[in-house]
Design a protein around this ligand. Sequence first.
Ligand SMILES: Nc1ncnc2c1ncn2[C@@H]1O[C@H](COP(=O)(O)OP(=O)(O)OP(=O)(O)O)[C@@H](O)[C@H]1O
Ligand SMILES: [Mg+2]
Length: 439
Amino acid sequence: MKNSPSILIVDDSRDMLELLRRQLESFHLIPIVSDNVIDAIEILETTQIDVLITDINMPEVSGEQLIRYASEHFTKLPILVISGYPNLETAVNVMKLGALEYLVKPFSSDELKEAVFSLLPEETLKEEKTQITAQNSFQGIIGSSPKMQELFKTIERTKSNKATILISGESGTGKELIARAIHYNSDFSASPFVPVNCGAIPDNLIESELFGHVKGSFTGAIADRVGFFQAAHTGTLFLDEISNTSQELQAKLLRVIQEKEVTRIGDTKAKKIDLRIITASNVNLQNLIDKGQFREDLYYRLNVISLNIPPLRERNGDIKPLVNFFNKKYSKEFNKKPLKIAPRVYTTFENYSWPGNVRELENLIQRLVVMHDDAIGLDEIPQHIKTQIDTLPEKDSFETLKEHEIKYIKRVLLHCDNNKTKAAQILDIDRKTLREKLK
Ligand SMILES: Nc1ncnc2c1ncn2[C@@H]1O[C@H](COP(=O)(O)OP(=O)(O)OP(=O)(O)O)[C@@H](O)[C@H]1O
Ligand SMILES: [Mg+2]
């Protein structure tokens, strides 16, 4: 699989970082973000970056110093400067230091695109164009939809660095599966992968579990113990359900991440740690930040690389391959022949909203394999999956008129067994229009 180019964005304005992150993602590039120069330098040292985008005026260390550093140590790295103060002197100065392009804030998405693509080395652009043959699975993760393909490319890019990754996605979308794939696909896969469910460990124990303790440091500390951070040394620490951490723990995590060392409870000496941290959350951390329940500075340390796994209902293309995968998997496990699944069943699945995402689909197929021996038609499918087509989308996740139209047409087709003449009659349009719409 060929890689998409990685772009490092450095800006002290977090709104700007979010905006640029989204724009670069829409150009199919991989954004890596930092809100300060010190962290940015570390990312440059450890991660392959194709273009550096930096702001100039930042507290503590300025963008000019970053440009000077980058052009001395990474002579081939193209640099794009974005600045809010159009000042000729600074512009000339940063160009002298090694910046190749200069954009004055605010700029449009098109201007950004043009500037970034003009800086990308030609090889990377060629690679982009030649990538046609898509793999529909990666390390046991099934996904042929464009969104999953993008995700696989990003994972490939994390292979040889230890940049921190935040995985977000609804429950059952495969966050843990992806965290494991990142680790076992990396250059340090021989080192430990240590998963920790932050929501499952009681508040009074989590600190000693994470950081370790020395004997006698608190009642119950009957022996020395290393924490998960040290256990994951040189490998990957996976902090699942990161939203379930207290403000106090968040402050401690931030310190450990910034200083790259842990001190066991009751110990006086800190120990250096070198590892990748992956965190996962099925709630939107940005909302928690707005409510004051999650530290924004920690969020920016965790969200250097952002992986968002879309819900299953937004990647219909994955449903059939997933059904086939689980059908094979469970029929083998239960020593049975794979089920024959009727085409109408797939269509029904594609119209269902899958609130439990892939986990729900997996459980359903497992149950079907256990309960049935041969063919699966609509009769064998639970009623709620068939009727749910009628219900309104939950909360504020409304769909566009077009999406709604597509769903409605599919529903009518399903009703008349894919008979297009009948469907066209019900919809009161001619067959040609229906054919156009189906395209
Ligand atoms: N793309 C996929 N291909 C194959 N199996 C998948 C895929 N996505 C998820 N699964 C399977 O679905 C189940 C749920 O995945 P996982 O536990 O990784 O979800 P999660 O996002 O961590 O959920 P939660 O937020 O509830 O913890 C697992 O059995 C996993 O193997
Ligand atoms: Mg999980």
